[in-house]
Design a protein. Structure first.
Length: 184
């Protein structure tokens, strides 16, 4: 039996839904990665093993609404660090800071509790997928407003043709992604 790389193993479990949410879009659905306990563990372990290394270990993991919560919370738990949710506007009850970013049509705003992180914290910012990079860029700016260092952005999937990962790297954010869907 030949073994697959982690990337190929995970890629096999990502469902592509054509023409959703709009004609011509190839939607990369990560929910099958979560449904199978072995696949879920392989995926989480790929992140955890990277960030267990002392030089790469964050003080806190921040997850982007909403699928970044699933990954980020489990990764934070495994690393024995705190987890911070970056929410869509209007979902957090306490004092918040916010960052607005442009979408294809209009704009969106994300928020973070003002006391969620401390100045000087090293933060791992995590989401399920990088497309145009707008949400992750807004999360990075939000965390930096509170004096943290966003040490890396992490995601399961990168869609490099949409330009987000290049834009994020150009802003100085190192990225770690498990599966890249360029030209497929």
């Amino acid at each position: 039996m030949h073994s697959l790389s982690v990337t190929d193993y995970l890629r096999q479990h990502i469902r592509t839904v054509p023409d959703w949410p709009a004609p011509g879009v190839q939607f990369r659905d990560i929910t099958p990665l979560l449904q199978d306990p072995k696949v879920f563990r392989v995926m989480i372990d790929a992140f955890v093993h990277r960030y267990m290394d002392r030089a790469m270990r964050p003080d806190v993991v921040a997850g982007l609404d909403a699928r970044g919560f699933i990954l980020g919370a489990v990764v934070a738990y495994e690393l024995n660090v705190g987890f911070v949710p970056i929410r869509k506007k209007g979902k957090l009850p306490f004092t918040t800071v916010e960052e607005t970013y442009e979408l294809e049509y209009g704009s969106a705003t994300v928020e973070l509790h003002a006391d969620a992180v401390k100045p000087g914290d090293r933060v791992l910012l995590i989401d399920d997928l990088i497309a145009t990079g707008g949400t992750m860029m807004a999360g990075k700016k939000l965390l930096e407003k509170l004096g943290t260092t966003v040490m890396e952005g992490a995601a399961i999937v990168d869609l490099p043709e949409l330009g987000g990962s290049a834009r994020l790297r150009a802003s100085g954010l190192p990225l770690y992604t498990l599966v890249d869907f360029s030209g497929r």
